[in-house]
Design a protein around this ligand. Structure first.
Ligand code: ATP
Ligand code: MG
Ligand code: FE
Length: 336
């Protein structure tokens, strides 16, 4: 079976074709219009999706070597995400499915991030825990099967990617700041400065406290030394990154223990972070974990992961109707 999948939940317009569970291609158009605003502007995102979607789908279909008539289904991200952005992908998918008389498959973006692990070898064995860390989410997901997952812990305020980006902005780094902060951090001393590690109950996270702590820390130092940031950039970045990762790993360890899990996976844009990757490998050796980290292109938003999720839903006959609408907030495991 051949499925065309579309992703448009945030600021990446993407299309991918999957054939019998094998990803044929993954075309991603990243929107650069948001850079000068230092954050995603929803209205601009919707417009950019409208501009990019048809060329991106065209490229994906051409690259697959398949004609539209060879498709068995059309899949799309239903949510969570920006309503206007999702609408573009959902409406296009509905129209295409209607025109070609094909079944439609709705996909939860956060489930898709987890299922990105099944695009290539080595694939994790069930059950596993996936730490999904992105610009909008920070979740610990207990994955029992392809379509059987449960959020066992999540952030009560900001996502960790948001914390990376907001702190990077305070430091005057470009947007999105995560990768820039990461690059500076690798040259600094992680113990140079101490920031508070939020200690939330159970498996919950909180990342708004550290952002405020860094803001006051910088304000205090800048009063004495206007060049404080420039002179200490690498050490500040290393210390912030160390604190953020420490929080993630602490909760991951707690979850692994609580559910007796040894297979650990990470997903989402922040899994690109070199400090997180390194710390996870080190912790895995200590804890006897087997660790799974997807290829970079499958960590950030992409349609290949949506296609993978659609493949499993197709096998179970899980289709949706043409009356489906996007959901800005959509929970894992509770579709609707
Ligand atoms: P969601 O999937 O929750 O809807 P999103 O689409 O914005 O959110 P992704 O595209 O998966 O999320 O990830 C983007 C985030 O990843 C940004 O916050 C970005 O700063 C962060 N990020 C990317 N690379 C790194 C890195 N090397 N270190 C830290 N953060 C990073
Ligand atoms: Mg993004
Ligand atoms: Fe995402």
């Amino acid at each position: 079976c051949n499925i065309l999948a579309i992703e448009s939940s945030c600021d990446e317009t993407s299309a991918s074709v999957i054939s019998d569970g094998k990803i044929l291609n993954n075309i991603v158009a990243t929107q650069s219009v948001h850079e000068k605003y230092g954050g995603v502007v929803p209205e601009l995102a919707s417009r950019a999706h409208q501009q990019h979607l048809i060329p991106v789908v065209h490229e994906a279909m051409q690259g697959s070597g398949l004609a539209l008539e060879a498709l068995s289904a059309v899949a799309f991200t239903r949510g969570p995400g920006l309503m206007g952005a999702l609408l573009v992908g959902v409406s296009f998918s509905k129209a295409l499915a209607y025109a070609l008389d094909l079944p439609l498959i709705d996909v939860n973006h956060m489930e898709a991030h987890v299922l990105a692990h099944f695009i290539e070898e080595p694939r994790p064995e069930f059950p596993f825990i996936c730490l999904t860390v992105s610009g909008g989410h920070t979740q610990l997901v207990l994955v029992r099967d392809y379509l059987d997952m449960e959020v066992v812990g999540e952030t009560t305020d900001d996502a960790v990617g948001e914390a990376f980006d907001k702190i990077a902005k305070l430091l005057g780094l470009p947007y999105p700041g995560g990768p820039f902060l990461d690059a500076r951090a690798s040259k600094g001393n992680p113990k140079a400065f101490t920031f508070p590690v939020s200690d939330m109950k159970g498996l919950s996270f909180s990342f708004s406290g550290i952002k405020t702590a860094v803001l006051y820390f910088l304000k205090g130092h800048l009063k004495e030394n206007p060049n404080f940031i420039q002179e200490n950039m690498e050490d500040i970045c290393a210390s912030v990154q160390y604190t953020l990762i420490k929080t993630l790993i602490q909760k991951l360890k707690k979850a692994a223990k609580q559910f007796h899990i040894h297979n650990i996976a990470i997903a989402g844009g922040v899994s690109a972070n070199s400090g997180l990757r390194w710390t996870l490998q080190k912790e895995a050796a200590k804890q006897g974990w087997q660790v799974f980290i997807p290829k970079m292109e499958y960590c950030t938003d992409n349609a290949a992961m949506v296609a993978m999720a659609a493949h499993y839903k197709y096998q179970k006959g899980l289709f949706c109707g043409l009356d489906i609408s996007p959901l800005a907030k959509m929970k894992i495991g509770k579709n609707g």
